[in-house]
Design a protein around this ligand. Structure first.
Ligand code: ADP
Length: 711
C-alpha cells in the first residue's frame, strides 16, 4: 500500500509540482494576504470609527457647553448693571423679567448680597417691610381708640366701635394706620352680622391699599379677600364665596403677594381647604365640574410651587453658603463659576458671577442662575443629539458620572464603547459615551470584506478542488498499480500450475517412468490440455494488449453459429475444466448464419464457459441456449454457481477486475476474460448482458445482430 503510494506519487510528481506551484502556493499566499488585509482593514476602520466618534463626542460636548457659556456671559453682563449697585429691587426684578422671561433654560435667578438672604425676584415679589405698630399721635386719638376697643370687646357695641374706628381712620394721615382701622371696622361689621357692609368695606380696603401689609406681615388684600369670601358664605352666596376663594388661591399660587414660605403654605392650604369644603358640602350651584377641574389644576400648581420653595430653600441654605465657602469671593473678578451639587437625588447646576462695587474692585454679592435640568435634558440635549447625524450603527448615551443614564439608548451593555468625553471641570457632572452597536459590521468594511471574503473563498474552492483532483489521480494511479500487481500475480499463478503440471508429466515420460501405454496416453492428453489452457491464456493476454493498443482486428466470415457453439462445447467437455459438468444444450431451429470472426467468438464463448465452470460450486450444471428473434441471435450461458453480488455487476467488465468473493479461488484468473468478451461482442455490433443472483447462478448472453440480407 505504502509502496504503491510512493510509486504513485513518483509517477505523478510532475503533476504534483505543477499543482503546488500554480495552485497551492499562490492560493495559500493569497489567502494569507487576504486575511491579513481584512485584519488591517478592520483595524484601520475601527480606528477611524473611534476617531470619528471621539470628534463627535467632542462636538456634542462643546454644543452642550455652549449653552452654559451663553448663560455665563449673560450673567456677567447683568451683574454690571447699576441696579445691583443701587439694590433697586423693582429695577432688578424688571431686568430679570426682561432677560429671563423667554429663557426656559433657567428656572431660578437669584441675587445674594453679602450678609443678606438670597432673593429670587422671578419667584418672589419684592419683600415688603412690615410696618411698625402705629403710634397714635394725639391724646384725642388715643382716647378714641380706647373707646372703640371698649365698645368692641367689652360692651359688644359694634355700631359704636365701627364709628369710632372710622373716625380714627379718617383723622390719620398714616396709610398703614388708616388701613388697620378700616380692617377693624370690617371686623366689627362682621361681628354685628352686617355682612354686606363688611364686604363693601373690605372691598374698599383692597382697592385703596392693595399692597399694604399688617403688623403680622400678612398682606391686607389677602386677608380681606378671605374675609369677603367668608361673608358671602355666611349670607348663603356659596358661588360668590367659591369664586373669590378660587381667585385667591390662584393669586397665592401665582405669588401675587410677597409671602414667606411658611405663609405661602398656610394660606395656600387654607384656600384649598375652604374650596374643598364648599365642594364637599356641594353648596355652590352652577358649573361645578369646570370648577373642579380648575381646582385640580391649581392643586398641581400648588405642588409645583412647594417644590420650587424647596429648591429655593436648598439654594439659599445649602448651595450659596457652600459656594461662598469654596471660593475666596471678596475681591471682584469678572469670571463665571459653575457649581453643581446633588441634594435629595436632585442635581443642581448653577452659574454664579460676582456683583462688582462701583470701582469693580470689591464684590458686593452674588448673582446666580439655576439651570433647568429638566428643560436641558428634555429639549436641548435631544436637539443637540438629534442634529449630530449618527447612523444606526452607533448610539450615544449621556449619563451621570455614577453611570445613571440621563439620555440615550439604555441598552448598550452589548455594544462596544468607542469614545467617552467628560465636561470641563466636570460641569455638568456628566459624560458622553458613544458606542458601536454590537453585530454591526464596520460599515465600508462590509463591502471590502465581501471582496476579500469571496476571493479567499474562491481560492479555497480552487485549492480544495485541486487537492481532490490530485488525490483522485493518485488514488487512480494506486488502483492501476494495485491492479497491475494483482494482474501480474494472477497471470503468474495461471501460468504456473499448467507449466508445473506439464513439466512433471514430461519429466516422468522422459525418464521412462511411465511404461503403461494407456497411462502414457493419459499423460499426453493432460499435457495437451494444459498447453491449450496456456494457449488460451496467452491468446487472452495478447488480444487484450492488442485491444489496449487499438490494434485488434477481426476477420468476419459467414459462420454457422450453432455449429461453432456445439463444437466449442464438445472441446470444453473433453477439457479438464469441463470434467464432471453436465452441459445441456438447447438450440432453436433455423439459427441464421452470421458474419463473424469465428476465432474471436469461439474464444469469447470459451471464456464464458470457463467462468461458468470456475464459479460453480456443488451444482455442476451448465445450460447453453441459442435462440433468435427478428433482429438478434442470443447465445446464453447459464450456470448454477455462486452468482455475482449486485455491486460487482457493473464492474466485472472492467479490465483486470476480479470479484472480491472469487479472489480466494484456487484458479486466480486474470480479470481479462469478460473485458475481451465484451469487446468482441461489441466489435460484432452486439451486446453482452448478465443476469445473476447470489447463490443461484448467472446467465451471460451474447447478443449478436442478424444483419439484413444475410442468412
Ligand atoms: P476472471 O475470470 O479471470 O477473474 P473475468 O473477466 O472473466 O476474469 O471475470 C471477472 C469477474 O467476474 C470474475 O472475477 C468473477 O468475480 C465474475 N464472474 C465472471 N463470470 C462469473 C460467473 N459465471 N459466475 C460468477 N462470477 C463470475
Amino acid at each position: 500500500m505504502l509502496e504503491n503510494l510512493k510509486l504513485a506519487l513518483k509517477k505523478q510528481k510532475k503533476l504534483i509540482i505543477i499543482f503546488l506551484l500554480t495552485i497551492f502556493v499562490p492560493s495559500i499566499s493569497l489567502s494569507i494576504f487576504g486575511i491579513r488585509a481584512i485584519r488591517n482593514e478592520r483595524f484601520r476602520l475601527a480606528k477611524q470609527i473611534e476617531n470619528d466618534h471621539k470628534r463627535a463626542a467632542e462636538l456634542l460636548k462643546s454644543r452642550i457647553g455652549a449653552q452654559f457659556e451663553e448663560l455665563d456671559s449673560l450673567l456677567l453682563n447683568l451683574a454690571r448693571s447699576p441696579l445691583f449697585l443701587k439694590k433697586d429691587a423693582a429695577g432688578i426684578k424688571n431686568l430679570f423679567e426682561v432677560r429671563f422671561a423667554d429663557n426656559p433654560q433657567v428656572d431660578q435667578v437669584f441675587v445674594a448680597y453679602d450678609g443678606a438672604e438670597a432673593w429670587f425676584p422671578l419667584f418672589q415679589p419684592n419683600s415688603c417691610a412690615v410696618p411698625a405698630s402705629p403710634q397714635l399721635s394725639t391724646e384725642v386719638d388715643r382716647q378714641l381708640e380706647l373707646e372703640a376697643q371698649t365698645s368692641e370687646f367689652k360692651d359688644k357695641n359694634y355700631i359704636t366701635a365701627v364709628s369710632r374706628y372710622r373716625e380714627l381712620s379718617n383723622s390719620s394721615a398714616d396709610p398703614n394706620f388708616k388701613v388697620q382701622m378700616l380692617t377693624n371696622v370690617s371686623r366689627c361689621l362682621i361681628k354685628a352680622e352686617a355682612y354686606k357692609e363688611a364686604i363693601q368695606n373690605y372691598q374698599k380696603v383692597c382697592e385703596e391699599y392693595p399692597d399694604s401689609v399688617n403688623t403680622a406681615g400678612v398682606p391686607i388684600a389677602l386677608f380681606s379677600q378671605m374675609q369677603i369670601a367668608d361673608c358671602y358664605k355666611k349670607i348663603g352666596d356659596f358661588q360668590s364665596s367659591l369664586n373669590i376663594y378660587v381667585d385667591l388661591y390662584k393669586d397665592i399660587l401665582n405669588m401675587r403677594w410677597p409671602l414667606k414660605e411658611a405663609q405661602f403654605k398656610t394660606y395656600a392650604d387654607l384656600a384649598e381647604e375652604k374650596i374643598n369644603n364648599i365642594f364637599f358640602t356641594n353648596q355652590a350651584d352652577q358649573s361645578m365640574d369646570d370648577d373642579e377641574e380648575e381646582f385640580l389644576t391649581l392643586k398641581k400648581l400648588q405642588q409645583e410651587r412647594l417644590e420650587e420653595w424647596h429648591v429655593i430653600a436648598d439654594i439659599d441654605q445649602n448651595i450659596i453658603p457652600e459656594f461662598r465657602d469654596s471660593q475666596g469671593l471678596s475681591t471682584y473678578r469678572s469670571l463665571s463659576h459653575q457649581f453643581h451639587k446633588t441634594l435629595n437625588e436632585k442635581t443642581y447646576l448653577l452659574s454664579f458671577v460676582q456683583i462688582p462695587d462701583s470701582s469693580e474692585i470689591r464684590s458686593l454679592g452674588l448673582l446666580g442662575a439655576k439651570v433647568d435640568e429638566r428643560f436641558l435634558l428634555g429639549q436641548i440635549i435631544p436637539d443637540v443629539f438629534e442634529n449630530s447625524l449618527f447612523d444606526n450603527t452607533s448610539s450615544v448615551v449621556l449619563s451621570q458620572l455614577s453611570g445613571k443614564i440621563l439620555f440615550g439608548d439604555g441598552d448598550v451593555s452589548e455594544d462596544l464603547l468607542t469614545a467617552t468625553e467628560f465636561f470641563e471641570d466636570n460641569f455638568p457632572p456628566w459624560k458622553i459615551e458613544i458606542f458601536r452597536t454590537k453585530g454591526e459590521a464596520l460599515g465600508v468594511l462590509d463591502l471590502k470584506r465581501n471582496f476579500y471574503f469571496w476571493t479567499i473563498l474562491t481560492l479555497i474552492v480552487v485549492l480544495v478542488s485541486g487537492s481532490v483532483l490530485i488525490s483522485r489521480t493518485i488514488a487512480q494511479e494506486m488502483a492501476v498499480l494495485r491492479l497491475k500487481s494483482d494482474f501480474v500475480s494472477s497471470v503468474s499463478h495461471e501460468f504456473k500450475s499448467p507449466l508445473t503440471s506439464i513439466k512433471s508429466l514430461a519429466e516422468r515420460l522422459r525418464d521412462g517412468k511411465v511404461e503403461d501405454s494407456e497411462r502414457m496416453q493419459q499423460y499426453f492428453s493432460v499435457i495437451c490440455q494444459d498447453t491449450d489452457r496456456l494457449t488460451q491464456l496467452v491468446r487472452n493476454i495478447l488480444d487484450f494488449s492488442k485491444i489496449e493498443e487499438g490494434k485488434k482486428e477481426y476477420e468476419f466470415a459467414e459462420t454457422d453459429v450453432a455449429q461453432l457453439v456445439t463444437q466449442q462445447i464438445e472441446y470444453f467437455k473433453r477439457s479438464e475444466y469441463g470434467k464432471g459438468f453436465k452441459i445441456r444444450t438447447d438450440i432453436s431451429d433455423s439459427i441464421p448464419h452470421l458474419e463473424l470472426d469465428s476465432e474471436a467468438l469461439s474464444q469469447a464463448f470459451n471464456n464464458l464457459l470457463d467462468n461458468a465452470a470456475k464459479f460453480s460450486s456443488e451444482k455442476k450444471e451448465i445450460d447453453v441456449h441459442i435462440k433468435k428473434d427478428d433482429t438478434n441471435v442470443f447465445i446464453e450461458v447459464s450456470d448454477r454457481g455462486i452468482g455475482i453480488p449486485p455491486k460487482d455487476l457493473d464492474r466485472i467488465f472492467e479490465k483486470f477486475y476480479q470479484g472480491r468473493d472469487t479472489l480466494h479461488k484456487s484458479s486466480k484468473g486474470t480479470g481479462l476474460g469478460l473485458t475481451l468478451v465484451k469487446h468482441t461482442v461489441e466489435a460484432h455490433g452486439g451486446r453482452l448482458v448478465v443476469n445473476s443472483r447470489i447463490g443461484e447462478g448467472s446467465t451471460f448472453s451474447l447478443i449478436l445482430p442478424i444483419r439484413t440480407g444475410k442468412k
